[in-house]
Design a protein around this ligand. Structure first.
Ligand code: SF4
Length: 430
């Protein structure tokens, strides 16, 4: 029986795509290989988000080409294949097929690089998972045009899955043992707007002016089917009062706000909404509603035009916001984005210096917030032997809670936090 090996790079969205590819291959009679050396079909699901990710993707493809069996087929898919397909095919003679999203990797006849319609990756079934949580991708693409981001140029405009498809996938995951689902999309709070638009021919509604938000009902429906529903990547203007209510009432008050910066001028230069004062006001409002609310965000340092004053505003914001978790990235000039052609690029060393400054501040804040949990009781989901998470910790991104190895994977238990170890905590069953 033919076997496959999939190597996945990049973000959680790519991991969902890989699971769906695995489901597709299994439905075609393939079985998972135990190692890349044994596989008949080797797939690299690449990431093209920034320069460093592209380099890692190329290195991985070359390593796979080295270790795979001589007769095995090597296929490159994912964002890099989508974005640089023809160049990649020319530059990597080791590769048998460079295939964009939705291309059937094992079609009986050769497939053309850009043929997208062979199958719909979003709605493919997925094989059972070993963990008691799973990502569910609810949309692909994005209708926004942030100045630094190339995603819309190769993933296209937002394409939301239907409510029925999402609920059916969730029901299957729950039946297979999932107790938490993590919703992902490029711009999660705008889920469903493309569907309404195509029905009514309207432009993307501006939620701040009172638009209704389909994701609110979706979150409510999902949280009646599975214990925990977590939402990743919320564009800040999408965080309406009704969505805040739905998230808090779901029992997982975890807010992953994609802020990118807080300086109003810089945000406008990024073609993004908001400023530090508005973000702080929302965070404050949420904490008043639920003091247990947890906040994560990510920020870019060194965006073209960034000044010392912008950096000062970010430092002040971090100190005032006291976020639980934050990720910092230096700006990467991406082809096909509005910022690539701008002047006033910040020297990479200066961007790195600014990144170090804010990382140090945030690390101390995160550590203090973790320390403050010692002595509290937490309801946790055991996700692997000896490892659990409460609603404060997102899988694969945040710290974890170390627990007794004997606790059953998939069980919810109450633990007392007895120790803090950097970003991780230690919990003892009470
Ligand atoms: S909202 Fe996110 S995915 Fe969409 S353009 Fe902005 S950064 Fe890119």
């Amino acid at each position: 029986m033919a076997s496959y090996w999939i190597e996945t790079l990049g973000c959680p969205k790519n991991h969902v795509d890989s699971e769906k590819l695995a489901g597709r291959l299994q439905s075609q009679g393939y079985v998972a290989a135990l190692s890349v050396e044994e596989a008949d079909l080797v797939v690299a699901n690449t990431c093209a988000f920034i320069e460093a990710a592209r380099e890692e993707s190329i290195d991985t493809v070359l390593e796979l080409a080295d270790v795979k069996a001589r007769n095995a087929q090597l296929v490159v898919t994912g964002c890099m294949a989508e974005r640089y397909g023809e160049e990649l095919a020319e530059a990597l003679p080791e590769v048998d097929l460079v295939a964009g999203f939705g291309v059937d990797l094992v079609a009986p006849t050769p497939v053309s690089l850009r043929s997208r319609s062979t199958f719909d990756l979003l709605n493919l079934p997925r094989p059972p998972r070993a963990t008691p949580w799973a990502y569910v991708k609810i949309a692909e693409g994005c209708d926004r045009r942030c100045g630094f981001c190339a995603i819309p140029s190769f993933r296209g405009d937002q394409r939301s899955r239907s409510r029925e498809e999402i609920l059916a996938e969730t029901d299957n995951l729950v039946a297979a043992g999932a107790r938490e689902i993590v919703l992902i999309a490029q711009d999660l709070a705008s889920w469903g707007h493309d569907r309404r638009r195509s029905r009514r021919g309207e432009a993307l509604e501006v939620l701040d002016e009172g638009g209704r938000q389909p994701v609110v009902d979706l979150v409510r429906s999902l949280s009646s089917r599975v214990e925990w529903v977590r939402l990743l990547y919320l564009y800040p203007s999408g965080l309406t009062d009704e969505l805040i209510d739905a998230i808090i009432e779901s029992g997982v008050p975890y807010f992953d706000l994609s802020l990118q910066h807080v300086s109003r001028d810089l945000l406008r230069g990024m073609n993004r909404w908001g400023d530090g004062a508005r973000f702080l006001e929302r965070i404050q409002r949420i904490r008043e509603r639920d003091p247990q609310a947890t906040f994560r965000s990510s920020f870019i340092l060194g965006y073209p035009g960034e000044t010392e004053d912008d950096q000062r505003q970010l430092v002040e914001f971090l100190e005032a916001a006291q976020l639980d978790w934050a990720g910092f990235f230096t700006y990467s000039k991406e082809e096909g984005t509005a910022s690539a052609g701008r002047d006033a690029h910040v020297a990479p060393e200066l961007a790195l210096e600014r990144l170090r400054e804010v990382s140090e501040i945030q690390d101390a804040i995160s550590a203090r917030r973790r320390d403050a949990l010692v002595g509290t009781l937490q309801h946790v989901l055991v996700e692997a032997p000896g490892r659990a998470r409460s609603v404060r910790e997102c899988p694969e991104i945040d710290g974890v809670i170390v627990v007794d190895e004997g606790l059953a994977v998939g069980a919810f238990v109450d633990v007392e936090i007895v120790e803090s170890r950097g970003m991780d905590l230690v919990g003892a069953v009470r």
